[in-house]
Design a protein around this ligand. Structure first.
Ligand code: UDP
Length: 413
């Protein structure tokens, strides 16, 4: 297990978005957690929504006086092949989980649990990757509360994978999911619902003019697109569930009406996602002759910020989606989003209010909403402004901190 370093965050920086009740609640929960030790465990420090959240939540929890550590598992590539298969199975894929894969999962999660030297009052295991550590942790530290934070949409999980997950849940004291419908898959009456959130003060989300000069990736002229022409942007890992090829198809349809439209697909290649490069190559092969499609990989945070602000419309055409932090990130920048009506997207996108919701299979509706927004500056401005309010009210980091501290305090009291 590897301990992850984070950059300091101060709760005082959030005064404007905090409100007195939330501030008091956070202080109260932090007092109740005084002297308690908490750990978060996941599989990657960079790339994907979970790492994004922990980089914000862990240092902010420390700032309010809670003793929190964050570890990433130490695992070979074959483990990530197995956990990606499990992830896909939980999103509805029916590939077989072989005995050999189960053995790899059991072995690596057990080794990681054995490697945890320090005793904690509560440990939050993120996603199916680290769930397998639960039995060994429970054996070694019987007094530790174990929470499983599942970030995945479980509503269409293949039965075999749901059974697999359930087989590890016995030592778990509390499960946390992002949407009430995901809780139905988990046999725990106490399942908590916590929506993820974004940090408005990071290089990814702050106004560009407030960032230090000269940051790598902050110069708009470095980018291959033309900001004076219509721009569609999807920021997502290159993953079949994010449907990058479907986005390309939608863009092509849009070009029939808006011939100068451009498309940016930006995606990182996280360590725990072995499928990324394959999907990237597929999309590259499909788009290489089109000068107005740009595939951007491993952009720094300021680059993600810049393209979400440069976009006329954000796209999130996922086929399954636990939450999609990218939607809140985009709405926060007053860019309306056309998103699939799946998983966590409808928690954030309100149809005709801050963007549009579409059935991901409905190409005609997707094209129609994209064109409608690209052709109407006033509509984009109105929906964009409301999007920022949606995020301000519901999806900013202090709310997430309050939710986590409340849960942890109730577990360790
Ligand atoms: N992200 C990034 N660079 C990329 C692609 C994604 O920093 O090239 C970030 C994105 O801004 C967001 C997170 O990765 O903060 C993705 O989280 P989300 O919940 O949207 O999806 P997940 O990857 O967890 O399925």
């Amino acid at each position: 297990m590897l301990s992850v370093e984070t950059t300091d965050r101060r709760l005082s920086a959030y005064e404007d978005v905090l409100g007195p009740d939330r501030r008091d609640n956070i202080r109260d929960r932090a007092d109740r957690l005084d002297g308690k030790r908490i750990a978060h465990i996941n599989t990657t420090a960079d790339g994907g929504g979970v790492a994004e959240i922990l980089h914000a939540l862990v240092p902010l929890s420390r700032d309010v006086g809670v003793d929190v550590d964050w570890y990433v598992m130490d695992a070979p590539d074959e483990f990530y092949d197995v956990t990606k298969t499990i992830h896909n199975g939980l999103q509805g894929d029916h590939t077989t989980l072989t005995d050999e894969m189960r053995d790899t999962y059991r072995r690596v999660t057990r080794e990681n649990a054995r490697a945890l030297e320090k005793r904690y009052d509560a440990i939050v295991l993120h996603d199916p990757q680290s769930l397998g550590m639960a039995p060994t942790l429970a054996e070694r530290y019987p007094d530790t509360s174990l929470l499983w934070r599942c970030h995945i949409d479980l509503t269409t999980a293949a039965d075999a994978y749901l059974e697999f997950v359930r087989s590890w849940l016995e030592p778990i004291d509390r499960t946390i999911v992002s949407h009430p419908t995901y809780a139905e898959a988990v046999p725990d009456e106490e399942t908590a619902i916590v929506h993820p959130a974004i940090d408005p003060f990071t290089e990814k989300n702050r106004p560009l003019e407030e960032l230090p000069d000269g940051l790598e990736g902050s110069d708009p002229s470095e980018y291959p697109f033309d900001v004076d022409r219509p721009l569609l942007v999807q920021v997502s890992r290159f993953d079949p569930w994010k449907d990058p090829l479907g986005v390309v198809e939608a863009y092509r349809n849009v070009r029939e009406t808006v011939p100068d439209a451009q498309l940016v697909l930006a995606g990182g290649m996280p360590d725990d996602d072995p499928e990324g490069i394959e999907v990237y190559r597929e999309v590259e092969a499909e788009t290489e002759t089109d000068e107005d499609v740009h595939l951007l990989t491993n952009l720094p945070d300021v680059g993600i910020n810049l393209i979400q602000r440069s976009a006329d419309v954000g796209v999130q055409k996922s086929l399954r989606e636990g939450f999609a932090l990218t939607v809140s990130e985009t709405l926060w920048k007053e860019t309306p989003v056309v998103g699939s009506n799946v998983g966590g997207i409808p928690l954030q996108v309100e149809d005709d209010e801050n963007g549009y919701l579409v059935d991901p299979e409905d190409t005609e509706a997707t094209t129609d909403r994209l064109v409608r927004l690209l052709e109407d500056d006033g509509l984009r401005d109105r929906l964009g402004e409301r999007g920022r309010e949606t995020v301000r009210e519901q999806f900013l980091l202090p709310r997430l901190l309050e939710d986590y501290l409340t849960l942890l305090a109730s577990e360790v009291d």
